[in-house]
Design a protein around this ligand. Structure first.
Ligand code: PLP
Length: 363
């Protein structure tokens, strides 16, 4: 077996101990005589799996009791539509900050549905090289919510603080930074995330929603998008993504065994610093993101020469450092260094970067 360092933005690396445990339990889970993949979601064997997944996540993120945890399908992108459908009924209008592609898509989806939505801030004119400043006075006081994308996977930016929205609920896409460090859940009305970046394989979408926000759903909305229905049915209105929830549970268990999100943050800061410190120490590679907006999870850099960038990604892949090519819309390189990426992977990347720079002088 020859495992590589996989810097993919998502689906992305999973922790080795988690994959090993899943392999050990693949054919027969406990004394059930079957794989988790084969189980009824309403069976006595499966029920503790989803219950433990929720309990572990609550412990890990310190989720207050007045928040519901939903295990859904459809990806973060389905929530772009579900969010206005569930919440806009509060006041009839909603505000958005656009800090990259995903928040742009979320905004457009709400616009497409014909709602009164307003983009209150964007950094589009700066190629999203930082996140916008958001202050309370920018938000319409009667907005049903303010939507932000907390970590911008494609550009490699992140809000360095949780914006103060006053009484307006903050709705945040945490797809690419969830469980990478502690966050104060009580500052958010809704947190949502596709699982395939930092939590589990693709197929699971997590929604954490404050209970008082469950009462504003558009009565004509599709039942499958209605958080209240999902909450009342313990995420089992229909068949949930059973196996992916099991994988998420193994990931939560792994993080808890390491000491929780404080420890995770320490490890992630150490990895990100190794890479950013190197980037700041030289001038062969350029890190386009403004320092105060730097992401811990997605690190972008370019050589300034598209041909060299291409060569870099190709030679890095041949050296066992896979998926370093930047997003197709921005080019350059992107190293996604989620929880499962070991420190040694980032060390190997920095060593490769130094060799590449030495072997490929710029004209
Ligand atoms: C990947 C990603 C999405 C899209 O997620 P899907 O699950 O593919 O719909 C949305 N937002 C962010 C921040 C992402 O990183």
């Amino acid at each position: 077996m020859n495992r590589v360092y996989n810097f993919s933005a998502g689906p992305s690396m999973l922790p080795m101990p988690v994959l090993q445990r899943a392999a050990d339990e693949l054919l027969c889970y406990g004394d059930s005589g079957m794989s988790v993949m084969e189980m009824s979601h309403r069976s006595a064997d499966y029920e503790p799996i989803i219950a433990d997944a929720e309990a572990m996540l609550r412990k890990l993120m310190n989720i207050p009791d007045n928040y519901k945890v939903l295990f859904l399908q459809g990806g973060a992108s389905t929530q772009f539509a579900a969010i206005p459908l569930n919440l806009i009924g509060r006041t009839g209008k909603a505000d958005y900050a656009v800090s990259g592609q995903f928040s742009g898509k979320a905004f457009k989806e709400a616009q497409k549905m014909g709602y009164d939505v307003k983009c209150i801030a964007t950094t589009k004119d700066d190629n999203f090289d930082h996140v916008p400043v958001i202050t309370k006075d920018m938000i319409r006081p009667d907005a049903a919510y303010l939507h932000i994308c907390f970590n911008n996977t494609i550009y490699g930016t992140k809000y360095p603080y949780i914006p103060d929205t006053g009484d307006v609920p903050l709705v945040a896409d945490l797809s690419s930074c969830i469980i990478s460090e502690p966050v104060d859940v009580s500052k958010f009305g809704v947190i949502y995330a596709g699982a395939q970046k930092n939590m589990a394989p693709a197929g699971l979408t997590l929604v954490i929603v404050r209970e008082d926000l469950l009462d504003y759903a558009d009565p004509k909305m599709p039942t499958m998008l209605e958080w209240k229905t999902m909450a009342e049915n313990g995420s089992m209105y229909n068949t949930p993504p059973c196996y992916t929830i099991y994988m998420a549970k193994l990931v939560y268990e792994w993080i808890l065994s390491l000491g929780g999100l404080d420890v995770m943050k320490e490890m992630n800061v150490k990895k990100a610093n190794l890479l950013y410190d190197y980037l700041d120490s030289q001038d062969y590679y350029i890190a386009p993101v403004k320092k105060e907006s730097r992401s811990l999870m997605n690190v972008t850099f370019v050589t300034g020469d598209a041909e060299l960038d291409k060569k870099f990604a190709k030679e890095a892949a041949a050296a066992g450092l896979k998926n370093l090519k930047g997003h197709r819309s921005v080019g350059g390189m992107r190293a996604s260094i989620y929880n499962a990426m070991p420190y040694e992977g980032v060390e190997a990347l920095v060593a490769f970067m130094k060799d590449f720079a030495a072997n490929n002088p710029k004209a």
